[in-house]
Design a protein around this ligand. Structure first.
Ligand code: PLP
Length: 395
């Protein structure tokens, strides 16, 4: 059972953000790394390179998006960075913050969203979140929808930042929702950053409702982390040349460039088609099966008459639970679970301003489902048991 150790105790960790280790995926990266070491190490790792990214990788990315989505890119549309977290941070630093005559707001258009966005602002005001419309689905499911009215009425936005599919919920924006965000960006003369860390074209950890969108106001970020290479710190962004060249300048002034070795590995993975093959044939079915298993466990262990709901979705690394009960508080639940040596992440950490959202922001819990099956089963059993005892205590 995959556990975390602390002071000699065994912990069941459903709080992690690491992707699962899938042996076929690990073997692919290992093989490509081996080939890269054999052929490119001396020439590439022994010297500095361009801040935009390794020229070979940039060309491969341009060809890859032409073949995959018919996008007509040039190298000026692409920047490679040390992880997509860093690329999102750079975009926030460039496109949000104090403007010539007003503050350019950093907005997460549909919270909850990735907790890693909350600290991205260089300004003390920080990121703001637009609360979603909450739509119950059946007895134990629900779905978040964009608050289109709030978006239409918004002003002074510099950057809209959204993960799709989302961490923590798995929600994937469809074409219509994407259109609404693009219209909001256009109306504010803002940039929309779409973080595709879980979606298409790779890693396909979670189902996507629509392919990435090409539009001059949109910067699409892509990452190899959830495709099995988080430790190598590699991602890239695709967007309009003016915005991308500003991002290249920040990299030139800070990191110089992303590490070469993983860039060359990624070039091989994309040009051979091996990453696409594995994403479709292995990663997608793997996470879909893990998700089905986790859902079965929730139904097995959680009482039907408890008002619990799971955000809709397919695949993904997480289950996002909403406990729609007046006695439930995510922080208390976290503390109670810790007493039983189980870790889950309180929902409030995915809302920039939980108080502004109201009760819902403290009624959610994120459970990671990437640990081994025994850990996930026992962890969910303890979550269910803790909820039952909390419910009994307040009854
Ligand atoms: N974006 C999202 C939505 C994530 O969940 C994560 C990591 O958990 C990242 C970005 C970080 O990606 P990277 O490892 O490429 O910096």
């Amino acid at each position: 059972m995959a556990t975390t150790r602390s002071a000699g105790e065994r912990w069941l960790n459903l709080g992690v953000g690491n992707p699962a280790f899938i042996p076929e995926v690990g073997a692919m990266w290992h093989d490509l790394a081996q080939q890269t070491l054999d052929f490119d190490f001396a020439t590439e790792s022994a010297g500095y390179g361009p801040s935009r990214g390794n020229a070979r990788l940039i060309d491969v990315i341009v060809d890859y998006f032409a073949k995959t989505y018919g996008w007509n890119l040039t190298p000026h549309n692409v920047v490679v960075g040390p992880g997509s977290q860093m690329l999102c941070f750079i975009a926030a630093a460039l496109f949000a913050g104090p403007g010539d005559d007003s503050m350019r707001r950093l907005v997460l258009p549909c919270v909850p969203d990735y907790a890693g966005y909350l600290g991205m602002s260089m300004d003390s005001g920080g990121a703001e979140g637009f609360a979603p419309r909450v739509q119950p689905v059946g007895r134990h499911r629900f779905h978040y929808l964009l608050d289109r009215d709030a978006l239409r009425d918004s002003a002074d936005i510099g950057l809209l930042l959204v993960s799709s599919p989302s961490n923590p919920t798995g929600r994937s924006l469809d074409e219509d929702e994407m259109g609404c965000l693009v219209a909001t960006a256009d109306a504010n003369d803002a940039v929309l950053v779409v973080d595709n860390a879980y979606g298409q074209p790779f890693p396909r950890v979670a189902r996507t409702s629509a392919p990435p969108l090409w539009h001059p106001a949109v910067i699409n970020c892509f990452s190899v982390s959830k495709a099995g290479l988080p430790g190598e710190r590699l991602g890239f962004a695709v967007g309009a040349p003016e915005q991308i060249s500003a991002m290249v300048a920040v990299i030139a002034n800070s990191a110089l460039h992303a590490p070469h070795f993983p860039q060359l590995i990624l070039a091989r993975a994309l040009e051979t088609g091996r990453l696409d093959e594995l994403a479709t044939a292995v990663v997608q079915p793997y996470y879909a099966a893990r998700r089905r298993n986790a859902e079965d466990l929730l139904h097995e262990y959680l009482p039907d008459d408890l008002n619990w709901r799971l955000h809709t979705g397919d695949g993904g690394m997480f289950c996002w639970l909403w406990i729609d009960e007046p006695w439930f508080d995510d922080a208390k639940m976290y503390a109670r679970l810790k007493e039983r040596r189980v870790v889950a992440v309180p929902g409030r950490h995915f809302f920039p301003d939980p108080d502004g959202v109201g009760r819902h922001a403290t009624q959610c819990l994120r459970l990671s489902i990437t640990a081994d099956e025994a850990t996930v089963r026992e962890g969910i059993r303890v979550v269910a048991d803790t909820l039952v005892s909390l419910a009994g205590r307040r009854a």
